[in-house]
Write a protein that binds this ligand. Structure first.
Ligand code: ZN
Length: 503
């Protein structure tokens, strides 16, 4: 390296290496979930662990700290909106977090996570919570130990929340989620008391390849560019990005339920449009990603729900689907729109509808807090789960497979911080969509015509291009003119579902 180079150029070169290691790790992870034969798992785990360790060492390295301090002095006079200042601030936060936790902790956590995940994979089909109980207990202990490395945290869940939703904490989220829950419970009751909606059109047999082809057409229609992306199959759909020009999506196909595939494609396309929309100048830096888990989820949910579950969209989509699937020939727009937006009390979060979804999340959020506080024991967790489901959703699982063992999150090493982003995202999706409509006017006529470019361009200009330059709370303020608020979200749900269910 040239000794005369300014510190900033040297730091950026290190960060480009750091980003390349992280992105390479994601390629391995994408392959693991899409193409890898099962027997490759052990070697793949080792390969990813090496890249994790190298990335961590590069960030934690003394030389990175020296360069960072030098750059902070050099740039001290620049404004907080300067992209290099924003880069330093992000790297400073990430590095501080990384070096607080001793490497031995991550080593133990990695081994524990692998063991717990395997045990969960075997125990869940057998409905055998006893087989994972003591491992989950260890996960809670490790999660509390992780929190102890951040002695300033008010609540043991705060350091976990900060990993994916910087700026939020238990003190800010608990009242927000409680207010949301208190509004949602009666709304769900009113909807399920309304007329029963059939599923006779969308739950017929639909050809596997045909579903994928239509899904891909819809993604392209939203603006997903296949020169910079691709669609693959995965058991649990996700989106991932290796560079600003390589952002991939996955879906799954259920031949008995058309919306399983199409809904997943729309959701993951929303994530992908965000990553594809980050300014190319941020490539090779840690700024090249969505702002947070919650802001990311706001984009998947905006495209999946605000667009993809709207009446205007279904008015455009119905004849498109009828051209591809003759079994829908007799359906009206109204029938399909109602089927797509059917509300029901159900047990499985990932299959739940827009209205009940956040109650599934809030159950998990509240239980996590109690586990980390120590006010709930792992032994009492299955019963506490059933109780909250009964209270909030009016339905409770008769087993633990569809109860406390339902999601992988608690069996992936630590407990805490994994769920709040889903609900933050739902709430934000409406605030961002309404901000767009305030600028652009109502989008219904565009959707009717199958035209989504105006909305996509607005999001690109006002949100996507910033990547991680702003912290979530600043970004929300910048885009919507105010803080995160549940009011607009509740109003949207009440408007939509009272019209659908006549209450
Ligand atoms: Zn998502």
């Amino acid at each position: 390296m040239n000794e005369n180079q300014p510190a900033l150029a040297k730091l950026k070169a290190r960060l480009a290496d750091y980003s390349a290691l992280k992105d390479s790790r994601k390629v391995l992870s994408w392959d693991e979930s899409t193409n890898m034969p099962p027997a490759g798992a052990t070697a793949r785990g080792r390969q990813m662990a090496v890249l994790d360790r190298m990335a961590h060492e590069l960030l934690a390295h003394e030389r990175t700290a020296e360069l960072l301090s030098l750059c902070e002095q050099e740039l001290a006079e620049r404004s907080a909106d300067d992209v290099d200042v924003q880069l330093l601030s992000l790297v400073r936060r990430e590095r501080d977090r990384a070096v607080r936790v001793p490497p031995a902790f991550f080593e133990e956590l990695g081994n524990h996570a692998a063991q717990t995940f395997r045990a969960w994979q075997e125990a869940r089909p057998r409905d055998d919570f006893a087989a994972v109980g003591s491992l989950l207990q260890r996960s809670v202990e490790l999660s509390r130990e992780y929190s102890s490395f951040f002695p300033d945290a008010e609540h043991p869940a705060d350091p976990h929340i900060a990993i994916s939703d910087t700026g939020f904490n238990v003190a800010s989220l608990r009242p927000l989620f409680a207010a949301l829950r208190d509004e949602l419970v009666p709304l769900v009751e009113a909807a399920v008391a309304g007329p029963r909606v059939s599923t006779s059109f969308l739950r017929q047999h639909f050809d596997h390849d045909e579903q994928l082809a239509v899904g891909l057409e819809l993604a392209k229609r939203f603006g997903y560019d296949l020169r910079r992306g691709r669609l693959d199959l995965a058991a649990h759909p996700f989106a991932t990005s290796f560079s600003v020009d390589d952002v991939r999506i996955t879906t799954r196909v259920n031949e008995g339920d058309l919306l399983d595939c199409l809904g997943s494609v729309l959701h993951e396309t929303g994530h992908a449009l965000y990553e594809l929309g980050v300014a190319p100048a941020l490539e090779g830096t840690p700024l090249r990603h969505g702002a947070s888990s919650g802001v990311h989820e706001s984009q998947s949910r905006l495209w999946e729900n605000l667009v993809g579950n709207s009446r205007a969209y279904w008015q455009w989509l119905t004849p498109v689907l009828q051209q591809n699937f003759q079994q829908l020939a007799g359906a009206t727009v109204d029938q399909l729109y109602r089927e797509a937006n059917r509300v029901e009390r159900s047990l499985i979060r990932t299959e739940s509808d827009e209205l009940t979804y956040n109650l599934h999340v809030i159950v998990r959020f509240e239980l996590e807090l109690e586990l980390l506080e120590g006010s709930l024991s792992v032994a009492d967790l299955p019963e506490a789960w059933r109780q909250l489901y009964a209270d909030y959703l009016g339905i409770a699982p008769g087993n633990d497979r569809d109860g406390v063992m339902q999601d992988v999150h608690w069996y992936a090493g630590m407990v805490g911080g994994a769920f709040q982003g889903y609900t933050i995202g739902n709430v934000l999706s409406v605030q961002f969509f309404e901000a767009a409509e305030r600028d652009l006017g109502p989008q219904g006529d565009n959707f009717l015509a199958g035209s989504f470019d105006q909305l996509h361009e607005w999001l690109q200009r006002n949100l996507y291009r910033y990547g991680k330059r702003y912290q979530p709370l600043e970004l929300i303020e910048l885009v919507t003119g105010g803080p995160l608020a549940v009011g607009p979200y509740i109003d949207y749900l009440r408007r939509k579902y009272s019209e659908l269910y006549g209450f």
